[in-house]
Design a protein around this ligand. Structure first.
Ligand SMILES: [Cu+2]
Length: 123
C-alpha cells in the first residue's frame, strides 16, 4: 500500500513537471514561409526557440535597416535589435527576451512573401 502511494505520487510529480515545462517557447519555421505561431506571448526572461523543420533556410530578424517594409521590424525603445542570420533546415536558433514589450520580426529571404511574426513579452 505504501509502495502504491509512493508510485502514485511519483507519477503525479512527473506529470506536473511535463505539464509545467521549462520556460522555453517554440516557434516553428515552415515550408509555407510562415512562423507558427505567428504571435507568441512570453514572460520577461523566457527563451524563444525557433525550429526550422522546413526544407529552406530562414532567419529571425528584428533589424529595421534590413527590412523591406519598415513596419515588419519593431521593438521596445530600450531593447536591442537581433538577427539570427540564415538558419539552415533542421537547425534551431534561440533568443532570450528580457525587455517587456512587443517585437515584430521577419525572415530576410521571405519577408516579401509575408514571413513575419511577433513576440509579446510581458513583465
Ligand atoms: Cu523564411
Amino acid at each position: 500500500m505504501k509502495y502504491y502511494a509512493l508510485a502514485l505520487l511519483a507519477s503525479i510529480a512527473v506529470v506536473t513537471f511535463v505539464t509545467a515545462g521549462p520556460s522555453e517557447k517554440v516557434v516553428r519555421m515552415t515550408d509555407s514561409n510562415s512562423f507558427d505561431p505567428k504571435t507568441i506571448t512570453v514572460k520577461s526572461g523566457d527563451t524563444v526557440v525557433w525550429k526550422n523543420g522546413s526544407a529552406m533556410s530562414h532567419s529571425v530578424t528584428d533589424v529595421s535597416s534590413l527590412a523591406v517594409d519598415a513596419k515588419d521590424a519593431a521593438l521596445p525603445a530600450d531593447a536591442k535589435e537581433f538577427n539570427s542570420d540564415l538558419i539552415p533546415p533542421g537547425k534551431d536558433w534561440s533568443y532570450t527576451f528580457t525587455v517587456p514589450g512587443t517585437y515584430k520580426y521577419f525572415c530576410i529571404p521571405h519577408e516579401a512573401l509575408g514571413m513575419v511574426g511577433s513576440v509579446v513579452v510581458s513583465k
